[in-house]
Write a protein that binds this ligand. Sequence first.
Ligand code: NAD
Ligand code: UGA
Length: 317
Amino acid sequence: MVTGAAGFIGSHLAHALVQAGAVVVGVDRRDPATDPTAAANLAALQRLPGYMHVTADLLNCAIEPLLLDANAVFHLAGIPGVRPSWGPRFSEYVASNVLATHRVMDAVTRMGIPRLVVASSSSVYGPTEGGPSVETDRPQPASPYAVTKLAEEQLCLAHSVQAHCPTSVVALRYFTVYGPRQRPDMFTHRALSAALTGQSLRLYGDGHQRRDFTYIDDAVAATIAAATIPTASGVINVGGGSSASLLEVINIANSLSGREIQVHHENPRSGDVLTTRADPSRAHEVLGWQPQVDLHNGMRAHMQALAAETAAYGRAA
Ligand code: NAD
Ligand code: UGA
């Protein structure tokens, strides 16, 4: 089962699993019949015979029947995004990231599912000195979103260490994932969109903030590996592909498009950290994982997909 299957990472993951021969039940509360983003994310997947989609809210649906015959659960459903988490939607973050996760863990445990992989976030580390973050570092979440992601991963781990819990949990701390179908609120999407359409790009701060950008196919490969490796419960960083500043991302978008993005400067946003950087050693040792796609090639693939999408749906802005 893949939760959040109509989303960015979940739809890629479900697709890769089906292509590898798995039968996948995808669950998401966004209905592809009425939500254009969900429809676009699921378009290719829903044509594959190994995929079944269920539109349901994990806050109140019956989860156990969805888990019949499941041997792994990938829990990616949640409310992402750092900056809006300060606002009135915080209760949604708590509901989907914490309360729904508790329901998922309860169901998974009762159904005896051996492995749950949960989407955590680099944001749990908070501000760093610029050096790589190791899984054993003390988390210092700097935004309400990050607090809910830390609660989410720790909640799953707390369930997993209960006596007689049949489920081991691998919490993956993804570092800023990009690539085709990336959420439109994210920076890489917005920079490439601006480069394609000529619309201006709002840059929060001076653009020197750095992210450890992780290409979607690399994130998916780590996620699939996390379902099958024999390991005790724990957390693993999924990042370390391409450390770059936002200004470098803008430069790549300029060179890929042959157009100079018009940048509109705005104040830095609350909760944004200056740098995220993964120590990928644990992912390498435990998952046998190494990122394969560098930022230039990843952004080229992302831009090609966005250009095709713009032509097909006129919805890239
Ligand atoms: P996304 O918004 O594209 O996908 C999340 C999906 O979860 C959405 O389709 C949404 O409808 C669904 N969902 C939310 N609440 C639900 C509920 N109560 N019941 C059923 N479905 C629900 O986001 P994404 O970028 O694909 O992120 C997926 C996960 O990875 C999230 O948990 C996010 O916090 C985490 N993450 C993402 C990134 C990134 O760079 N994209 C980095 C770190 C962590
Ligand atoms: C991303 C995801 O949005 C989170 O869901 C995820 O948990 C997190 O990665 C993670 O790695 O854990 P973020 O790093 O904030 O969060 O990624 P973007 O939303 O792409 O923002 C990157 C930077 O670009 C931030 O400094 C942001 O302020 C800036 N930005 C974003 C802009 O300057 N302009 C924009 O229009 C959007």
